[in-house]
Design a protein around this ligand. Structure first.
Ligand SMILES: [Fe+2]
Length: 340
């Protein structure tokens, strides 16, 4: 048989392909699998991402931006988008992305098992990956915590000129108001917000800046997300601010999530689902809790010691999707109440 017969050539070709696949031919390593992530989270996730790549061999290619930029980009790219996964902060943002058709539903027993129902989309287009509490923060040298109780009570005249708030237009506060609307209805929520406004709050553009203002005595109480305080305490254990868990006798403290979903036009959907599933596991959740100092969305993971020292609290278990459902109503309500 001549060596260049068709049969022979096929055998040589097959052997060649197998050799390449097995990495036997130098310089012919197979391309690594990749998942493309658009993310508006910018803190505390690197360790979990590295662990995913180590475990699966799938590389994560990240594009960072704020939620608005990433949404616009996804919309403009349409079905040409290279993105497989979108991760962002705040259920209000995730809800907006889902409503704009940017996310596709995912059926995953693992995600359903790991993430409690109230921290994910009822239609499975996004899943909370970390939980954060937005609660009352107070100056430990100037305020007796016995004087604190609820979000509503920050409208008590005793807090006149002593309250710092972020603007009503910021998504964290929109989500807080939206959840209050879901809980209490618009008239009662408007009354609560009018109470805050009557106390002439100082409006400050940033949670960290609010905590600094409380520590400096510029105001005595404020509302911020929990992890900002944890990060400041990690740098300076004597920072004179503590959280007060709001509404423990009633609805519980307001919580929100950062989370993610698989994009509508994902090119590597299988790897995208795998990434979300991994991020919901005990292993990855522990990394989030330890480095980002948020609460794990998966209740099996433990909180960071600084966060744990604040003690357990009852959180509002209303579906965080309500942050999106009532977002527009929250904006209108804040306008009516004169909350800038
Ligand atoms: Fe934040």
């Amino acid at each position: 048989m001549r060596s260049n017969s068709p049969t022979c050539r096929v055998i040589v070709a097959v052997v060649g392909v197998v050799a390449i696949c097995l990495g036997l031919v130098p310089g012919w390593a197979p391309a690594a699998e990749e998942v493309v992530l658009y993310t508006a989270r910018h803190y505390g996730q690197e360790k979990a991402f590295d662990a995913f790549t180590q475990k699966t061999g799938i590389q994560i290619k990240s594009l960072n931006g704020d939620a608005g930029q990433l949404f616009e980009r996804l919309k403009a790219e349409g079905d040409r988008s290279p993105a497989d996964v979108l991760i962002t902060v705040d259920a209000g943002n995730l809800w907006n992305a889902a409503r704009a058709g940017l996310l596709a539903p995912v059926t995953s027993a693992e995600l359903t098992r790991n993430i409690p129902a109230h921290l994910r989309d009822p239609e499975s287009r996004w899943f909370g990956l970390t939980m954060r509490a937005r609660t009352i923060m107070y100056n430990t040298k100037k305020v007796n915590p016995a004087d604190l109780s609820t979000y509503e009570a920050l409208g008590d005249p005793r807090w006149k000129g002593r309250l710092c708030l972020r603007s009503s237009g910021y998504i964290y506060n929109q989500s807080l108001l939206a959840t209050m609307i879901k809980r209490h209805g618009e008239p009662r929520t408007e009354q609560i917000v009018k109470g805050w406004v009557a106390n002439q709050p100082t409006i400050i553009s940033g949670d960290t800046k609010i905590l600094e203002a409380i520590a400096a005595g510029q105001c005595d109480v404020g509302l911020t997300n929990s992890y900002y305080l944890a990060r400041m305490l990690a740098k300076d254990a004597s920072f004179p601010v503590a959280p007060f868990w709001a509404n423990q006798g009633t609805t519980g403290t307001h919580v929100n999530v950062s989370g993610g979903g698989v994009t509508a036009h994902a090119k590597n959907r299988a790897a995208a689902v795998k990434l979300l599933e991994f991020l919901s596991t005990l292993e990855a959740q522990q990394m989030f809790a330890d480095t980002a100092m948020e609460f794990p969305a998966n209740p099996k993971a433990e909180t960071n010691p600084i966060v744990r020292a604040w003690g357990p609290f009852k959180h509002d278990d209303i579906g965080v999707a309500s942050a999106g459902e009532f977002q527009a109503a929250a904006t209108r309500l804040a306008d009516r109440a004169g909350y800038k």
